[in-house]
Design a protein around this ligand. Structure first.
Ligand code: SAM
Ligand code: SF4
Length: 323
């Protein structure tokens, strides 16, 4: 089975219209060709610079435009980040993601500090991913030289819906950063959020965009909106778990080798719902009590689920197998 980069919206619509069991079964067949069925990568997302962001992303607790409970905090120290990374690795994380509430990377001491942190955590034998907002070609190159494995830069939804959620930057701005990342040979992590008021076509258009990139993003986080009091998306109706599973399954079919990650919004999902997501091709979770500033599934619940389902933790740097 070849990896395709020429998907059409019509094809994704056909997949979306399949009866649920057929869609999940199709996704699972593809999943099993490229991945170990019961292998899940555990990631940890550390908020190294929290709050006070100038952007107006309507979903975000860290935007300084909205009256949320999150206030601007200074960047964590090198030692504190290393301490948290070591603790996450001890609990089974093989990918450590460092998030900053920034519009973009700016030159100066904080960025230099992050380059040192990347080197230090990489030396612990795990994949390091950063999500620091937009960046330029030189910054991408320096991140790569520091040993960074991957960079997260979500497109979040379709281009047309994006402008109703964020007005302080454009979709093209995000696509430009993805190009700098690709040119610097950094592995790309790019996904989206379900439940912001978009319709299913917006979700398919995001998957189409990811599925027609060459190469596909190595990592695709799928978030369910976590409603943040004080943000414009507070009160948004929750997207159904059935819709989430459909999108996971289509993502798996369109992006066979990518890591499909259940990210924000997993908290409160039953083991059965998560098992259906894994059956449909999701093969990664974020563990730890927080996802940046948002509550996450308690670690002991995840351990219990791994036991119950006989799941194994994926090692770092293990690529999807050829088929
Ligand atoms: N400032 C950087 C940026 O905007 O790229 C990194 C911050 S964080 C990793 C950004 C991502 O987290 C968003 O693109 C979105 O996918 C996710 N996210 C943030 N707030 C969320 C929320 N309330 N619910 C679900 N996902 C959320
Ligand atoms: Fe800032 Fe990123 Fe939050 Fe947008 S998602 S407000 S850019 S921290």
């Amino acid at each position: 089975m070849s990896i395709r980069h020429d998907w059409t919206l019509e094809e994704l619509q056909v997949l979306y219209d399949l009866p649920f069991i057929e869609l999940v079964s199709k996704a699972n067949q593809i999943h099993s060709r490229f991945h170990e069925l019961s292998e899940i990568q555990v990631c940890s997302l550390i908020s190294i610079k929290t709050g006070g962001c100038q952007e107006d992303c309507k979903y975000c607790a860290q935007s300084s435009r909205y009256q949320t409970s999150i206030k601007a905090q200074p960047m964590m120290t090198f030692e504190a980040v290393l301490r948290d990374a070591k603790s996450a690795i001890k609990q089974g994380a093989t990918r450590v993601c460092l998030g900053a509430a920034w519009r973009e990377v700016r030159e100066g001491k904080p960025f230099e500090e992050i380059l040192k942190i990347i080197e230090a955590i990489t030396s612990l034998g795990v994949e390091v991913c950063c999500t620091l907002g937009m960046l330029n070609a030189s910054q991408a190159k320096r991140l790569k030289e520091a040993g960074l494995y991957a960079y997260n830069h979500n497109l979040d939804t379709s281009e047309k819906f994006y402008k109703t959620i964020i007005t302080t930057r454009t979709y093209q701005d995000r696509l430009d950063t993805l190009s700098h990342l690709e040119n610097s040979k950094l592995s790309i992590c790019c996904g989206g959020i379900l439940g912001m008021g978009e319709d299913y076509m917006d979700r398919l258009e995001l998957l189409l965009l990811l599925g027609t990139r060459n190469p596909h993003p190595e990592s695709v986080p799928i978030n369910r909106l976590s409603q943040i009091p004080g943000t414009p998306l507070e009160g948004q109706s929750k997207v159904s778990v059935w819709e989430l599973i459909r999108i996971v399954a289509i993502a798996r079919i369109v992006l066979p080798k990518s890591m499909i990650r259940l990210a924000c919004g997993r908290i409160g999902m039953s083991y059965e719902e998560q098992a259906l997501c894994f059956l449909s091709g999701a093969n990664s979770i974020f563990a730890g009590e927080k996802l940046l500033t948002v509550a996450n599934t308690p670690i002991d619940k995840d351990e219990e689920m791994f036991q119950l389902l006989g799941l194994k933790k994926k090692t770092a740097f293990k690529k999807a197998s050829k088929s």
